[in-house]
Design a protein. Structure first.
Length: 170
């Protein structure tokens, strides 16, 4: 299969924060943001693979900044690395200042999606060819994140997580 670039899967979802989506402090409810990120990541995974995709794991979420009621929130997702049937999706969340229009990074997350056939069995996806420095950095770190996720899920023995172990042996 021919390699694809991250920009071929890049997905941007922009939406408001409405009162029904906030917590008692009038900030965006965490579960609502997780759902928005899952939707954007799912579209990115589908654009990369052109297959049915399912969320296999939420590897990392950082709620760094609260997102107030009425904010314009942009969720940007793109495939950061493709393995055999799985794809790591990196998600950046931006909040737009009402007056200046400037965007501030509020949160980020990393999800894993798996491409499957109609019976739910994993199928192979095209490789990813990163282009920019940031895309190359995210690509390089994705293997150890995959190993960490598999170890935590009990699907890989820690002794086999060579890339992850190398991080602690530097
Ligand atoms: C995701 C799913 C297809 C994986 O099935 P599986 O039987 O574990 O299949 P495999 O062991 O062959 O794994 C398939 C791929 O997923 C990856 N994977 C599985 N679990 C993972 C995890 N927790 N973290 C990261 N990658 C994972 C494997 O490493 C493998 O990747 P590769 O093919 O690129 O090497 C299956 O668990 C599933 O259908 N889960 C439900 C998905 C769903 O409904 N999501 C919505 C939640 S409501």
């Amino acid at each position: 299969m021919e390699a694809k670039s991250p920009k071929e899967s890049r997905t941007t979802l922009t939406d408001l924060v409405l009162p029904s989506e906030t917590n008692p402090l009038n900030n965006l409810f965490g579960g609502e943001l997780l759902a928005r990120m899952d939707r954007a990541a799912s579209i990115a995974a589908r654009r990369h693979s052109r297959r049915i995709v399912v969320t296999a794991s939420v590897n990392h979420v950082a709620f760094n900044k609260a997102v107030p009621l009425g904010s314009v929130v942009t969720v940007e997702a793109a495939v950061s690395r493709a393995f055999k049937s799985s794809m790591e999706i990196f998600i950046d969340v931006w909040v737009e200042d009402r007056e200046s229009g400037n965007r501030t990074k509020a949160n980020e997350a990393i999800y894993t999606f798996v491409a499957v056939d109609e019976t739910g069995a994993p199928v192979n996806v095209p490789p990813l060819a990163p282009e920019t420095d940031l895309e190359k950095e995210r690509y390089a770190a994705a293997l150890r994140r995959k190993q960490l996720s598999l170890v935590l899920a009990g699907k890989m023995a820690p002794k086999d997580a060579t890339e992850l172990k190398a991080l602690f042996e530097q």
